[in-house]
Design a protein around this ligand. Structure first.
Ligand code: UD1
Ligand code: CA
Length: 452
């Protein structure tokens, strides 16, 4: 059956105490709303309508691949669903409703949930879980035969109802027509003065229609994020899930508790991730690598057999068999070819480094094209900025750059050339030449005697 999804994301998120709309707070590198959208799409939802209100413009700007409905005033979850009515009242199939603040829900669970709804032939299905601490959640009130009677919000619950640990996940499937008919009957006569979506269940039951409940055996998937403490908890759970998934696929993670990997990261078999390492923003790592300790990689592609420690790399590419670190900064636009060695305290920016080249210690290489098998001496700097513009440095294959060379760009060093240590190179160096750009040394044999 066709599934259209409504995702509620218009609330203020008062309990977050934030200028940022709640659903844009990130979990494992992605806004929580995006996790929810991905879970819906992964479960076969064909259309997603996100109800926005608080910070609507910001949400609309940050989220792609969905439709939006505006809830100008946040009068409750039931009112929010009504705002999507025009967009789906005539749609075929069923509607699934999710909250933008439950980022831990998976496609697997939603797939089973939709199946459960379809098989039960119910008018409405609600997802529930047994929550150890049910504080803040709507409680599932069942009648004597065990079927769902209604949902009572925490703030409206009686002392007996507060003892119930089965809670509403805020995830539902409905027959579209019945849902909107029932929503018209919902009032705001409750502790929060809001139009509760949860009230439609009681209304549907009163009509004598079937309400089905599916109990998830993993309560962590339905955790709703209302506060920063809950955000941190979600981060921990999602990160652990990602780490377990990687370990199951053949990656060694020495200490999962101190390894922070975004959900969209890929890592190949037999790679090892050492502690205090952050792998973020779509980074892809090949097989047999050793990454960490203390690396931070963002939007970076890394080949096979790469060894890195104490490295910060962002928006770069590193090919196979490269050794980098410690204390290296690879900045955007950098491409490192196979078998390169980059040693201590080196910064490379917007440069290509050819195969087999060595940058062993204390270099700044910016806006440069460096050939193959080049050896760059300690302390070498590309002077790429003249105070107004950036200029490129080009170094051919098999070049030897002496220690403490300043390469004043724009400048070209031909292949097989040498620069003498301590040179300031301001002119191009032809192939096979030795360039010396420094004052000649003078030894004064009588100076000491004269002084004394
Ligand atoms: C809601 C449920 C509760 C459930 C819990 C699960 C209701 C009345 N209560 O409570 O039974 O156990 O979720 O996490 O539905 N929103 C709007 N417009 C509004 C109000 C809220 O779009 O006018 C959105 C929020 O942005 C949020 C979602 O709906 O993404 C849930 O709202 P929230 O205020 O967090 O509801 P809870 O109190 O958590
Ligand atoms: Ca919530």
């Amino acid at each position: 059956m066709k599934v259209t999804t409504i995702i509620l994301a218009a609330g203020k998120g008062t309990r977050m105490k934030s200028a940022l709309p709640k659903v844009l707070h990130k979990v494992c590198g992605k806004p929580m709303l995006e996790h929810v959208i991905n879970a819906a799409k992964g479960a076969g939802s064909e259309r997603e309508i996100v109800v926005i209100g608080s910070g609507a413009e910001e949400v609309e700007k940050s989220i792609t691949g969905v439709e939006f409905a505006l809830q100008a005033e946040q009068l409750g979850t039931g009112h929010a669903v009504k705002m999507a009515k025009d967009k789906i009242a005539n749609a075929d199939g069923i509607v699934m409703i999710l909250c933008g603040d439950t980022p831990l829900v998976t496609s697997d669970l939603l797939t089973k949930f939709i199946e459960s709804h379809e098989q039960s032939k119910a008018t409405a299905t609600v997802l529930t879980a047994i929550m150890p601490d049910a504080t803040g959640y709507g409680r599932i009130v069942r009648n004597q035969s065990g079927t769902v009677d209604k949902i009572v919000e925490h703030k409206d619950a009686s002392p007996e109802e507060l003892q119930i640990h089965e809670v509403n996940a805020g995830i539902y499937c409905f027959d579209i027509k019945t849902l909107f008919e029932a929503l018209d009957k919902v009032t705001n006569d409750n502790a929060q003065g809001e139009y509760y979506l949860t009230d439609v269940l009681g209304i549907i039951r009163d009509k004598g229609l079937i309400i089905n409940a599916m109990i998830s055996n993993d309560f962590t998937q339905i955790l709703g994020i209302n506060s920063r403490q809950q955000l941190a908890l979600a981060e921990r759970i999602l990160r652990q899930r990602k780490n377990f998934e990687l370990m199951d696929s053949g990656v060694t993670i020495l200490d999962p508790d101190s390894t922070f990997i975004d959900s969209d990261v890929e890592i190949g078999r037999d790679s090892t991730i050492l502690p205090f390492t952050y792998i973020e923003n779509g980074t892809v790592i090949g097989e047999n690598c050793s990454i960490g300790p203390n690396c931070r990689l963002q939007d970076t592609k890394i080949g096979n057999n790469v060894i890195m420690q104490f490295v910060y790399a962002h928006e770069c590419e590193v090919d196979d068999d490269v050794v980098i670190g410690p204390y290296v900064h690879l900045r955007p636009g950098t491409k490192i070819s196979k078998k390169v060695k980059i040693g201590n305290f080196v910064e490379v920016k917007n440069s290509t480094i050819g195969e087999g080249t060595k940058l062993p210690h204390l270099q700044y290489i910016g806006d440069s094209d460096v050939g193959e098998n080049v050896n760059i001496g300690c302390g070498t700097v590309t002077c790429n900025y003249d105070g107004k513009k950036k200029h490129r440095t080009t170094i051919g294959d098999n070049v030897f750059i002496g220690c403490n060379t300043s390469l004043v760009a724009p400048v070209k060093i031909g292949s097989n050339a040498y620069t003498a240590a301590g040179s300031t190179i301001t002119q191009d160096v032809p192939e096979n030449n030795l360039a010396i750009g420094r004052a000649r040394q003078v030894n004064k044999s009588t100076w000491k005697d004269k002084r004394e």
